[in-house]
Write a protein that binds this ligand. Structure first.
Ligand SMILES: NC(=O)CC[C@H](N)C(=O)O
Length: 212
């Protein structure tokens, strides 16, 4: 177990600096990842919020899509927030036709799902596995999860006033599947480090280690 794990933040586009600050606050060493050699050195990876169509394109341009996919398939712990959640899904609705995602979590994610009228909002939600009361969740043109496959644990929902496809009330906005964590919202833009602490604990537990 590494006491201070080295965690990469995919630094092609999006709110990289906020995630690096939040990871450091949560007890990790944060490093930007722009090339495969930097990816090799990390024990966990954050895919930040931003714009998933752009991120998908840049991953191809920087020859990083396949190296990242390979490490995710090998069990590298990963946390995706917002656009990062979209990048982890195996099915993306309302995406661009050429948009690619890693398929690390068996789930269907709808882009920009909360609609243009209220495309950004904040609300308090409970997150399973995170103690200490509700979490202030900031949503910015956020996706939601419409289907979860086998082995995906729903950690949090938001009441969108219309229920959800599975009849349990509220849209799914936080999930975990093994070493993969994803949120529709942006914990990195608040000063509450609990979601990042949760992820740092996942990385410590997984002990994926850097590639030799
Ligand atoms: N804040 C965000 O990350 C927004 C995600 C963006 N709507 C996308 O599709 O990628």
């Amino acid at each position: 177990m590494t006491p201070v794990p080295q965690i990469g933040v995919l630094a092609l586009q999006g709110d990289v600096v906020d995630h690096m600050r939040a990871l450091e606050a949560a007890g990790a060493r944060a490093v930007p990842v722009r090339r495969a050699s930097e990816l090799d050195a990390v024990e966990g990876l954050v895919i930040p919020g931003g714009e998933s169509t752009t991120m998908s394109k840049l991953l191809d341009i920087f020859d990083l899509f396949d190296p990242v996919k390979k490490r995710l398939d090998a069990g590298l712990p990963v946390f995706g927030s917002c656009a990062g959640m979209i990048m982890l899904a195996d099915e993306v609705l309302d995406g661009r036709p050429d948009q690619r995602s890693f398929g690390a979590i068996p789930m269907t994610v709808r882009r920009n799902a909360f609609g243009r009228q209220v495309d950004s909002f904040e609300t308090e939600i409970g997150i399973d596995g995170i103690a200490g009361g509700p979490f202030r969740a900031v949503f910015i043109r956020a996706p939601w999860v419409e289907r979860v496959g086998a082995g995906v644990e729903v950690l949090g929902r938001v009441d969108s006033g219309e229920g959800s496809a599975d009849g349990q009330g509220g849209r799914i906005v936080a999930v975990r599947a093994g070493a993969c964590l994803a949120t529709s919202f942006h914990p990195e833009v608040t000063s509450d480090a609990r979601v990042h602490e949760y992820f740092v604990d996942m990385v410590r537990g997984a002990d994926a280690g850097p590639v030799e």
